[in-house]
Design a protein around this ligand. Structure first.
Ligand code: HEM
Length: 347
């Protein structure tokens, strides 16, 4: 199987920069962006070598429009635009983004240097859509005060949860990514008792222990985001980061989730926004709201390396109808990913 981008399953770090970019019009911008993406590994190695303990890494991923413009066909068959959700006062908007650059390191200077080098090379070819600098808050806590990331899968489980396999032979080794930038209403959150906050998250605040079933409300965040299909729990991998400014209240969580398909990410989000059953929504959303929402696909190392050669699209086998039918069976059967209607089709 082609190698996944190394950073996808690397340990969480103290700092991150999330860059969402739009590729500007014209063949020159497209060609330049492709080449810079293809050479990215060399840039990461050059900047990372300045402090190897700094664990600098970078994942690059593409939204549907970006994919079509940069690479054309074939494309990852489950890639589609972010599906906007609205229920009651809750709204999860869909926002544009052709390229996602997810930079992580133990040191912000390493993140900053890599981001600056990438932007220097892309300057005439992209327009920034969003740039967010995330930081570790104490012991991996969100600004709500709760530890975030505890139930992430690790090791082989993490790879199985995030990396595309035989279900899409052409894009095996890739991974789907969803990002959402959430702004918190921290003063309102902080007025809640610790006990109420713990019920909303579904874990204790100080020592990060999951509440037992008897004391966990049905709307708890971890109850709604636990996804069991066909008796099997479907996991995602999250590298959320706090970010923000203290002077204008513009602070919150940059949510970033990696998965083998968009299905678990979308189902969890739908359970949060609409509720399961409808109305039993995630009360966290009374205190935070997303201002962005974009889906991406992070292709394999081999796919990216082929871009550096200037070839329009790497010569990988094109997925056949038979392969896609097999994929459907694999995802719905062996992986128990359940209802994939719509996931296997482009919108
Ligand atoms: C403001 C946004 C969010 C915040 C502050 C937040 C925070 C948290 C916290 C504190 C936990 C408990 C600790 C842990 O297991 O990591 C958690 C768990 C989790 N969250 Fe979120 N989260 C947010 C958005 C989302 C979204 C949008 C999704 C999915 C689309 C999601 C999926 C999950 C999952 C799968 C778990 C683990 C559930 C379990 O197995 O116990 N979260 N989150």
């Amino acid at each position: 199987m082609p190698d996944p981008q190394r950073a996808i399953n690397a340990a969480q770090t103290r700092n991150a920069i999330f860059l969402v970019l739009a590729v500007t019009a014209g063949a020159t911008a497209v060609d330049r962006t492709r080449r810079v993406c293809g050479d990215l590994d060399a840039l990461v190695r050059a900047v990372g070598a300045r402090d190897v303990q700094g664990n600098l890494s970078c994942t690059i991923a593409f939204g549907l429009d970006g994919w079509d413009r940069l690479f054309g066909q074939p494309r990852p068959f489950a890639l589609h635009p972010f599906r906007e959700l609205r229920s009651g006062r809750r709204f999860a908007p869909s926002t544009p983004g052709d390229v996602l650059v997810h930079i992580r390191a133990e040191r912000m200077d390493l993140c900053f240097e890599l981001a600056a080098q990438i932007m220097a090379q892309l300057i005439a070819s992209v327009t920034p859509v969003d740039e967010t600098h995330g930081f570790r808050y104490f012991d991996d806590r969100d600004l709500t005060g709760f530890v975030d990331g505890t139930e992430n899968p690790s090791g082989a489980e993490s790879v199985a949860a995030t990396i595309v396999g035989d279900e899409d032979e052409t894009f095996a080794g890739g991974s789907y990514v969803m990002v959402q930038k959430y702004l918190h209403d921290l003063p309102s959150w902080q007025r809640l008792s610790t006990e109420t906050q713990e019920g909303i998250i579904g874990r204790t605040k100080l020592d990060d222990i999951e509440l037992d079933d008897a004391s966990k409300p049905p709307f708890a965040h971890n109850a709604l985001t636990t996804l069991v299909e066909g008796g099997i729990e479907i996991k995602i991998l999250r590298y959320n980061m706090p970010f923000g400014k203290v002077s204008d209240g513009d602070s919150g969580t940059y949510f970033i989730g990696y998965a083998r398909s968009l299905h678990p990410l979308e189902t969890m989000l739908e359970k949060m926004v609409v509720g399961r059953p409808p109305g039993n929504y995630d009360r966290l959303l009374d205190f935070t709201h997303p201002v962005t929402g974009t889906n991406f696909f992070a292709p394999s190392v081999e796919f990216l390396a082929a871009l550096a050669t200037g070839q329009p699209v790497p010569t990988l086998p094109v997925a056949t109808a038979a392969a896609q039918a097999r994929a459907h069976a694999d995802l719905g059967g062996a992986l128990n990913i359940g209802n994939l209607k719509g996931v296997l089709q482009h919108e």
